[in-house]
Design a protein around this ligand. Structure first.
Ligand SMILES: Nc1ncnc2c1ncn2[C@@H]1O[C@H](COP(=O)(O)OP(=O)(O)OP(=O)(O)O)[C@@H](O)[C@H]1O
Ligand SMILES: [Mg+2]
Length: 328
């Protein structure tokens, strides 16, 4: 069954800041114990806390939709920035070989020594791969062009669905990890889903919006059964909403009637500032924090944190932890 899914997943064939990991990598002493990833890793583990580190396993949110161009990267970058602006420590993982999240945060390709690829394939630690951004509290695991071959390389790799889980579900100095997924339900996306607590699904307000979503929902259910029982849809974010266009209203109403309160109240408007900002290497929230797109992403982040609080309360803990969704 597990094998079926990974096959179906596509493979039958201002402001400089210190690295939060510090100079030494003692924060990662927990990683070695995770080296033998297996289907057992699908079971949620208690949050390790030890005398050597105050770090804990972060909450991990994947921004995923196999449909291209629906706003995954824009949502990842601006949601991560807004969470950091609210005071959370956030790691954005760029899992797309296009590298738009990395460049959108001002990371120059030439300056990337290690990337998410090295974390997945060469056991590079998060600490040695992470880069700072201009946003205080926001860090990035940059993408590289090597990720374009990752799908094929993963097919024959050991523990191929658990590579990212092994790197990220360990004590880290972040409250949140946000993963920008590529536009496919591939092994890379499967790695993200296996590592995550929940998924944020951006849905473009256009005619065929719901098409493909049922496939995503089925995939989530199967990943949940076979690899990661904690996985939930955190919420559906309606993106590129055009208030002058009746179609946007119609699509939003359809999605809400089908998915109910899984759909965030906040709607992301179509806003040219959101598409301009990446060319300046800045999140829209930094580029023009007053524009309608930036304000919408700040509201979305507040809503995300509200839901996180509910998840934590349902689990009987003061803050959402990686095991909270399981306990809820
Ligand atoms: N709300 C918005 N208003 C205007 N333009 C937007 C908005 N959201 C995204 N865009 C633009 O639409 C394009 C696609 O957005 P984005 O790159 O975020 O989508 P994606 O789902 O990550 O794409 P891919 O599937 O290729 O990774 C980009 O040029 C982006 O700047
Ligand atoms: Mg993208």
């Amino acid at each position: 069954m597990a094998d079926d899914i990974s096959k179906e997943a596509g493979f039958s064939a201002g402001y400089a800041q210190d690295n939060p990991h510090g100079a030494s990598s003692s924060a990662h002493l927990g990683e070695s114990s995770q080296s033998a990833a297996s289907a057992d890793n699908a079971k949620p583990k208690p949050v390790p806390r030890g005398p050597l580190s105050n770090n804990r396993i972060p909450r991990i949110l994947s921004v995923a939709n196999q449909k291209g161009g629906v706003g995954k990267t824009t949502t990842s970058v601006n949601l991560a920035t807004a969470l950091a602006a609210i005071g959370k420590k956030v790691l954005l993982v760029d899992l797309d070989s296009q590298g738009n999240a990395s460049t959108g945060l001002g990371i120059k390709r030439a300056g990337i020594r290690k990337s998410t690829y090295d974390v997945i394939f060469d056991d590079a630690s998060v600490a040695e791969t992470v880069q700072t951004t201009k946003v205080p509290g926001l860090f990035v695991l940059p993408s590289s062009i090597h990720l374009s071959g990752a799908e094929i390389e993963l097919v024959g790799a050991d523990h191929r669905e658990f590579r990212l889980q092994r790197a990220l579900r360990v004590p880290l100095p972040y409250d949140y990890v946000v993963i920008d997924c590529p536009p496919s339900l591939s092994l890379l996306t499967l790695n993200a889903l296996v590592a995550s607590d929940a998924i944020v699904v951006p849905l473009q307000c256009e005619f065929f919006a719901l098409e493909g979503l049922s496939h995503l929902v089925k995939t989530i259910e199967r990943v949940k059964k076979s690899f990661n029982p904690r996985l939930e849809i955190h919420g559906i974010a309606l993106t590129m909403f055009d208030k002058r266009n009746n179609l946007s209203d119609q699509v939003a109403a359809d999605v809400r009637s089908y998915f109910g309160d899984k759909v965030y109240n906040t709607v992301i408007p179509r806003n040219v500032r959101l598409s301009e900002a990446p060319s300046y290497g800045l999140p829209a929230i930094v580029y023009d924090m007053k524009c309608s797109g930036a304000r919408a992403y700040i509201n979305l982040a507040k809503e995300v944190l509200k839901r996180e609080k509910k998840i934590a309360q349902a689990a009987g803990v003061s803050e959402a932890t990686p095991s909270a969704t399981q306990a809820a």
